[in-house]
Design a protein around this ligand. Structure first.
Ligand SMILES: C[S@@+](CC[C@H](N)C(=O)[O-])C[C@H]1O[C@@H](n2cnc3c(N)ncnc32)[C@H](O)[C@@H]1O
Ligand SMILES: [Zn+2]
Ligand SMILES: [Zn+2]
Length: 741
């Protein structure tokens, strides 16, 4: 079928003339096409309510779901959405959406039910499923994901605190001397919170001579709340506080300048110190954020004392480097994301850290490896790995951004390795308990909060205006806590979960029947999980390989089996579809006959949706409903000059042996009817977000449910495939977006 011709076919959007001439004997099988629901989620879902709650969770993850916030995982889903998916999937078909929503803030106990997530990532489904009392089977082929999920569901240990203190004390003794500076006011030797570095570039000056210089984004280092700022003088390089950064006289040399201009090149004779350089971009330190007990904290110029401290750290690092657990792995070549590193000659993972960082991180990890209690060691390894995100030369300072002062912008603020202009070198032990991105902070405010939440989960109940009315502790619920070594043990003993590390296409599920599959596959090529996760993996391996020799044996987590599209690795949409289908087939084998498979998805390309539908159909499932749900950080888009919200779709499937043949014209008409009805409902509801919804999520959802009713869909005697169908309804989206309500 030629999809372009089909789009121009006027019959597509006309109500009359839909009665096809090709109606065959199969077409009168209404009852078979519209199946009675087997579970609440097939029928309806309280997405309005949960999306409202999810909206606040997005911006307060650390408070709403601390268990889901202990370590970076990319494109994590929201706990509130997955909690509701769990409750709805496990409730019987008589349960209304309203009842499901009532259960949201109540204690639930779906005892003896089993939930499978074959793409568990950071473990959102596992946390929510065990909380509502179900047993959980989770799988991910990425060891970092497996480990994060594992620790999010692990039992607790009372001796953790003692081991944390020991690790802190010994690391402090060894590392602290290298994070000292001289207070510019009182001259005392004081602690350093972080250092600021800037890239050195070579360029031609106005006289056309080769010149080396520092390349600053702007000369403003830090914005103050009162409109003032800390600025760096382009003449004498000193840092000082000024009232008006636009017109400044340097207090040290009198130079007059506007610190707010962007992309400033400041020529220098010679850098004070160089990180990398040669074949890689070169960086030089220029600022210190110190913390003086007498004078408070402030910024100062990176001076001679600081040069000496860095050089001492560097020397100490060279002495110890053979003894420290450091990742020696090369960065794999040929990646879509790691290519950005190779293009700048970062070829080993250690190239992303300076000597002082390697000394400090290596020392910390060495001390963690010495912890004799296995569980405590595993928790501290997780927190160590979380610390890496804020302690490398791809971090930067948020303070120059007036909207987000005060914290470290970590390496993965995008799903990529973004070349840093002005790296921030954090002190991983910090000088204060609440200093952002330190091992101590992550232990106190992420790990400990998560452990508390694990035993006493809390839900927020909102007022009509979206503010929090009540924080309600959900009695009787608890997250994980009793891991099983095998599926058999999980099912037959008092255990909460079993986690598998490997390709879910080969998950052994022969003898099991799960009640629901609740998942979240990669969204085609949106995130290159493995290429990003290697950053953590190579360090984790240092600590975890002795305990998990098979899982942490490889040098990289990049795998052929990862169900993603990847241009530079020549993994196509067909490859993605095949891998996804393989996993869906496993899910099919594991799922009981009338159980739902529910997962979230979003992509801008209709082809990607088509591939997902193909995988669903190919594995023997049928889509019975879809709902718009809040995803991680999906942005608003503008359609026809109006703001529209791009939501994820929760796609609800069930096992089905399709029998009938459908006519494309009828299918299109049904898609249009279903979409228009839904959009009108959204429009009439007083939910502002839903009335601004991007119509494509509705139309694509309707296309999935209508198309997958049939064994095959025929247009002018030829079979229509899933990708063609998804492409054909694109114009319908535009038409519906323009249609008056
Ligand atoms: C979208 S993420 C899941 C995120 C998770 N819902 C969360 O909130 O953290 C998809 C996951 O699928 C995993 N994955 C990809 N291909 C896989 C395969 N063949 N078998 C098992 N897991 C796979 C990836 O490693 C990734 O962690
Ligand atoms: Zn002082
Ligand atoms: Zn000056």
């Amino acid at each position: 079928m030629n999809s372009n011709n089909q789009i121009e076919d006027p019959r597509l959007y006309q109500r009359e003339g839909t009665q096809s001439e090709h109606v065959g004997p199969h077409m009168n099988m209404e009852s078979e096409e519209d199946l009675a629901p087997n579970s609440a989620i097939e029928r309806d879902f309280p997405f309005r309510e949960v999306n409202r709650l999810a909206e606040s969770e997005v911006y307060n993850k650390h408070h709403y779901r601390p268990t889901n916030y202990q370590h970076k995982w990319w494109a994590r889903r929201l706990g509130s959405v997955f909690r509701t998916l769990c409750i709805s999937s496990l409730s019987d078909p008589e349960t209304t959406a309203e009842d499901v929503w009532k259960r949201y803030a109540e204690s639930n106990d779906f005892e003896d039910r089993v939930v499978l997530d074959p793409f568990m990532g950071g473990g959102t489904t596992g946390q929510e499923a065990t909380r509502v009392g179900a047993k959980f089977i989770g799988a991910d082929l990425n060891p970092v994901a497996w480990y994060i999920s594992r620790m999010g569901l692990a039992p607790q240990t009372s001796i953790l605190e003692m081991h944390f203190r020991q690790v802190m004390n010994s690391s402090n003794d060894e590392i602290r001397p290298y994070y000292k500076t001289k207070c510019p006011d009182c001259g005392d030797e004081v602690g350093v919170q972080f250092y600021l570095w800037v890239e050195n570039v070579e360029y031609s000056n106005i006289q056309n001579e080769r010149q080396v210089g520092r390349e600053y984004d702007t000369l403003v280092v830090d914005h103050k709340r009162n409109g003032g700022a800390t600025v760096v003088c382009p003449e004498c390089h000193s840092l000082s506080e000024v009232k008006d950064p636009e017109t400044t006289d340097c207090s040290k040399c009198g130079h007059h300048f506007d610190a707010t201009q962007e992309d400033v090149r400041v020529p220098i004779d010679e850098p004070n110190l160089v990180f990398n350089g040669g074949e890689r971009p070169a960086y030089e330190p220029y600022g210190v954020k110190y913390d003086c007990e007498n004078c408070g904290d402030g910024f100062s110029k990176f001076g001679d004392f600081d040069i000496e401290r860095y050089e001492a750290a560097s020397e100490r690092f060279r002495e110890l480097s053979d003894e420290l657990p450091l990742p020696e792995q090369s960065i794999p070549e040929g990646g879509e994301k790691t290519r950005d590193l190779h293009n700048r000659n970062y070829t080993k993972w250690t190239h992303l850290f300076n000597d002082r960082q390697l000394l400090a991180l290596g020392t910390l990890l060495k001390n963690i490896k010495n912890v004799d209690d296995e569980l405590a060691r595993h928790y501290l390894t997780l927190t160590f790995s979380a610390t890496l995100e804020f302690n490398n030369m791809f971090c930067s300072y948020k303070g120059a951004d007036p909207r987000g002062p005060g914290a470290v912008r970590h390496i993965f603020s995008h799903h990529a390795y973004v070349h840093p202009g002005e790296p921030l070198e954090n002190n991983p032990l910090g000088t204060k308990p609440r200093q952002s991105g330190t091992f101590r902070y992550l232990y106190e405010y992420r790990l400990k909060r998560a452990l508390k939440f694990q035993n006493e989960p809390v839900e927020r109940i909102l007022n009509g205006d979206g503010t929090v009315k009540e924080k309600k502790s959900i009695k009787g619920e608890k997250i994980g806590g009793a891991p099983a070594e095998s599926i058999d043990e999980l099912l037959n003993e008092d255990k909460t979960h079993y986690l598998y590390c490997g390709d879910s296409g080969s998950l052994p599920v022969d003898d099991i029947e799960v009640d629901a599959v609740i998942s979240d596959p990669p969204y085609y090529d949106s995130v290159q999980y493995a290429e990003l996760a290697d950053f953590f993996y190579v360090w984790m391996k240092q600590s975890l390989e002795p305990d998990f020799p098979d899982i942490f044996a490889p040098d990289t987590v990049v795998s052929e089996d990862e169900a993603v599209g990847n241009r530079t690795r020549e993994k196509s949409l067909d490859d993605y579809q095949g891998l996804l289908q393989g996993v869906f087939e496993t899910a099919y084998d594991a799922l009981k006959e009338d159980g739902p498979m529910v997962f979230t998805f979003h992509h801008k390309e209709p082809d990607a949706w088509g591939a997902v539908l193909e995988a669903i159909d190919g594995a023997g499932f049928r889509v019975v409903n879809t709902y718009p749900v809040r995803g991680e950080n999906r942005l608003s888009v503008h359609i026809n000059g109006q703001r529209a919200i791009q939501l994820d779709s929760a796609i609800v499937c069930r096992k089905d042996h399709k029998r009938s043949t459908g006519e494309w014209d009828d299918v299109v008409q049904a898609i249009e009817d279903e979409s228009w009805e839904r959009l009108q409902n959204f429009h009439e509801s007083d939910d502002e977000d839903l009335s601004l919804l991007d119509a494509s999520v509705v139309v694509r959802g309707a296309c999935m449910t209508q198309f997958s009713k049939y064994e095959e869909v025929i247009n002018n005697g030829e079979q229509v495939n899933e990708r063609e169908a998804m492409n054909c309804v694109e114009d319908l989206t535009h038409e519906l977006n323009n249609r008056e309500f």
